[in-house]
Design a protein around this ligand. Sequence first.
Ligand SMILES: Nc1ncnc2c1ncn2[C@@H]1O[C@H](COP(=O)(O)OP(=O)(O)O)[C@@H](O)[C@H]1O
Ligand SMILES: [Mg+2]
Length: 274
Amino acid sequence: MIEVNGLVKIYKLTKRQMRQRKEKDKVKIAVDGITFEARPGEIFGLLGPNGAGKTTTLRCVSTLLSPSEGDIRVCGFDTAAQGVEVRKRIAFLTNELKLDGHFTPRYTIRYFGSLYNMAPEEIEARAASLFKTFGIEGFQDTKIDDLSTGMKQKLSIAVSLIHDPEVVIFDEPTNGLDIITARTVTDYLMSLKAEGKTIIVSTHIMSVAEKLCDRFAVILGGRIVAQGTLEDVLKAAGSQTQDQVPDTILDLEDAFFRFYQRQELEDQASGVIS
Ligand SMILES: Nc1ncnc2c1ncn2[C@@H]1O[C@H](COP(=O)(O)OP(=O)(O)O)[C@@H](O)[C@H]1O
Ligand SMILES: [Mg+2]
């Protein structure tokens, strides 16, 4: 279970960041008061365009960043006060590779298992099962530098899951993956869901959200503009229609653009210039 309550994250910008981004303010409100919960046995999605605040939210949930305001509980543990307990129970996955190319998959996964104080037999059994799932069995003793990009990505995911975490947090799960690798990853997320794990993913891709997620939150400019099942979100978009023709909402993409237009109108009205 992940419970996020009134999360706010404000970044202080350096002079250089202000110059580069042409920002006048010294701070950037990346996440502006969001509340949601992700439950065991479901895939919860954060859906929003680049810069919406998805990665920042997931980093706060993973204890990599501390919230400016609000609180977060993971499996009942407070991320601020009980970070160690939270980190034992989660995997934070991204597609940014962080493996050392000089080592082999076998060595790497053993090393990560030992960081979680797992017993050697436990590591071997778990590694064998993950390597099988991700098709890495035949490459266990190949130097990581010599593996294909897809294989490296799958290894990085397998390694992050060595401790069989209750909660899996995946930032943009299919980004940068080839179609076959992406499918392996989404199938695996579905099997974790069937095992009763709590899974949260971020994505800017509507079809990924629609296919993978049981419930999601649509995020724009650090705020949740709609939340629930696909049906709930489509309904919410229909009720926001400006043109009195609610039945023109066909799919998530239509709904998303409706929220987006609505937000732009509101921003213009309140004088926010983006
Ligand atoms: N370390 C940082 N310092 C300053 N601003 C940041 C930092 N990280 C992200 N931001 C800003 O916060 C906002 C949200 O970013 P992010 O959470 O990465 O969004 P997303 O993952 O949805 O694309 C963006 O405007 C981004 O530029
Ligand atoms: Mg991101």
